[in-house]
Design a binder for this molecule. Sequence first.
Ligand SMILES: [Zn+2]
Ligand SMILES: [Zn+2]
Length: 488
Amino acid sequence: MSRIWLVSITAIAIAFSFVNSAEAEDITTKKLLIKDNTNVAKRQVQVQSKDVGVTLAEADDPSLLGAAVHLYSATDDYCVILPAGPDWSTNGKKWKYKNRTTKNKAQVGDGKLRVKIKSGVTYSLIDNGVQGVVDTQVQFGAGTRYCMRCTGNKKDESTKFQAKDCAAVPCGAEPTICDSTVTTTTTTTSTTTTTLDPACPTGDFLDVASAPGAGGTYPDPTLSVSCTATDVIVTSNGIPHYTYIATTPHPLSAQSHVFTFTRTPTIAASTTDIPCLGTIGVSINGIPTYGPNEGPIPDPYGDPIANVTLHECMGHTGGNEDYHYHALLQKCLSVSGLVAEPWLNADPPSNVASSIVGYASDGFPVYGPYGCDDGVCTTVIEYLSSWDATGYESVDCTSSLDCSADYECALAMISGVRKLACVAKDYAWDNNAYSAKAGTEFLDECNGHVGPLGDYHYHATETFPYILGCFTGTPSADVMGGQCPPGP
Ligand SMILES: [Zn+2]
Ligand SMILES: [Zn+2]
């Protein structure tokens, strides 16, 4: 979604030349303290994390690039840049910043991050009474950008906001750019409307070069992600980052995939059907994603999961010898999945919000099935498809031996309840139907929703349509082809 702010201050920093491509990481917060005072000199901000996710290796050289500390809430937006230079020192175990004049301090090492700001604090509590939720993002140079999100669980008052032991949950979108590696030019203007594009999402994709690859004589997987002013461009050779196991007669060959989608997706006036065959998006390892049906064979336009032609990571090769997914599995599409046999990994915990597993061709991200139920992530819930299997034979099968020849025992949504059922193997779109359901866990027809932070996105689901039911935004020119033919 394009984010537009009305800026009505006399000086604004313009930073269009830079695209933040840093890895983002949600970490726990040990302590967050914001003190307000009518005497600005007595204001203070402190943030501390003791999280194993913080490492010295992920901090970029702040003596050359500085560090950025960004605190924001629904009402406040405060960015501090700790500048590059001799105030930074390292003993090989941590980076330390200390300025004698400002009394500002920071340090980062393995499992530890601390920031104390005592000068020039413009974050004000007095004008709002309460803050509710405060997000803090800290980045050393161009290193990992750490996100810490807290409610004022110890104090949320007009002079003090204090939080302790906050869980690692995603931050809301940053209202402005706060980055020490940005070269800013300051212009003087009275009132300006500024459109800030979201950051290029390079950090959402996997480093497939660090994975074992498909094995045998297959080439190594390749993947690159870049951005123009308007679009994200993903190129890959379509080789899986894990051991390839054939499940169709088609061999696996390297491809020259180029996926292009907008950086600023918006909800279109009406939805668009996904194509019967071909790409609907890309997963975070550069493999194309397809819709929930196959071609004319083995069972015409059938559900790929019920057709049992998929490998355990939910991919297989098609007629163009191209490996593609019909469903997205978080354990295959995560940093811990960068191994030879990620399908043997444990399933991700159901109490942790899923990360992004792919992007749809309309530019909206696709998350794994788990997500926060509200803005501070009180509970993590599994998001579910609102598509019901209609062409099923019977429920509560234990294997396909319980089903007739044209049916397969598979997980399906039956009137909003997930069950094993003998589902039809052919004409997937005729044997499933969308019906809106009450309950925040149920997704819309396209398999997405406006999440608790106000952004639209899709969730990969365990049942039909698995990835997308349609496009909520406007698909890019990558998407070709029409609807599947109807069943007999
Ligand atoms: Zn397929
Ligand atoms: Zn969601």
